[in-house]
Design a protein around this ligand. Structure first.
Ligand SMILES: Cc1cc2nc3c(=O)[nH]c(=O)nc-3n(C[C@H](O)[C@H](O)[C@H](O)COP(=O)(O)O)c2cc1C
Length: 292
């Protein structure tokens, strides 16, 4: 494992996060070319440097290699049909606690961006897999949940029609405009370019992020003091259907990861905290505040 003397290890990335964020898409068709041992080791080393997320919870990750050509096993895992050809999976588990979904989303997205920077494809899966079958592979502790997994592999060169169809159904390329997700003080008027200032790229990184069914439930309000308050515009039925596993809270963690990584990359000060002075807004759930 690499060491970075005098700095928190996870503060320094060996890849350009903003570039990876712009490049990443959900890949659902994989080439038969196996992931090289060196790339897999790079990922495993990276996972070891991660530590906890902004709420102080450390998720547990495992890279699972399926036997090649074992179609029966792949069918049993239930990604078959949605995900084609993947033989390597990353599994993310976490103990149920406040902030656990956000921290899992945060840490797992870092691994996904690392994989992207290595030229590998991934696809967040929170719904379309047999959770119990993967949970057995992860040997879950009591109280531990398996909120999400992702295949990891070389994308096929040409996207298949199934891939295109899924992306179309999820309106994958589409993102809401700035005016619908980022707001000025009070949360009423859209955030202007002038108000976003140096935080343009961290905000854009949030907007480009993946989200469950591409619902894009993040809302950010910048107040007069220059703090950025993150809220969840929850689709209650959708978010609560899996019980303790809340896909839209994973989305929040992904958003926090994108904002923090790009802010750090651009030497912008701040970190995510709980701010008791955060505004209270109807229809929006407060998650955290980025401030100095
Ligand atoms: C928490 C989470 C769960 C997801 N679950 C699934 C899933 O079960 N099946 C699937 O095909 N895609 C899933 N996705 C992928 C989204 O549909 C995808 O990120 C979104 O449509 C945007 O497309 P993009 O990732 O190509 O930018 C999930 C994404 C997130 C963030």
């Amino acid at each position: 494992m690499r060491e970075y003397p005098g700095q928190e290890k996870s503060m320094i990335e060996e890849f350009n996060a903003f570039e990876a964020i712009k490049k990443r898409i959900s890949v659902r068709s994989y080439s038969s070319r196996p992931v090289e041992e060196t790339l897999r080791r790079d990922l495993e080393d990276y996972i070891e440097t991660l530590g906890s997320g902004p709420f102080g919870i450390t998720p547990r990750f495992k890279i699972l290699a399926l036997e090649p050509l074992d179609k029966k096993e792949m069918r049993g895992l239930g990604t078959y049909g949605f995900i084609k050809g993947a033989r390597l999976y990353l599994l993310g588990a976490v103990k149920d606690a406040p902030g656990a979904m956000e921290d899992l989303g945060y840490c797992m997205e870092k691994i996904i961006l690392k994989a992207t920077s290595l030229g590998l494809g991934t696809c967040w899966l929170g719904g379309t897999f047999k959770r119990a079958a993967f949970a057995r592979k992860m040997s879950l502790d009591t109280g531990e949940l398996l909120p999400a997994i992702t295949p990891v592999g070389h994308p096929v060169n040409k996207t298949t029609s199934a891939d295109r169809l899924t992306r179309l159904a999820a309106k994958s390329k589409k993102r809401k405009p700035w005016s619908e997700v980022f707001f000025g003080p009070g949360g009423k008027a859209p955030l202007t370019d002038n108000e976003a200032k140096r935080y343009h790229d961290p905000l854009e990184a949030v907007r480009l992020g993946p989200s469950a069914s591409n619902r894009q439930p993040w809302r950010i309000i910048k107040d007069e003091a220059g703090k950025f308050h993150l809220f969840l515009k929850e689709s209650k039925l959708f978010n609560r259907i899996l019980g303790k596993i809340r896909l839209q809270n994973l989305d929040m963690g992904i958003a926090m990861c994108h904002f923090a990584m790009v802010a750090r990359e651009q030497d912008l000060p701040g970190s995510w905290k709980i701010d008791p002075t955060a505004p209270i807004l109807t229809g929006l759930q407060y998650i955290a505040t980025w401030s100095e």
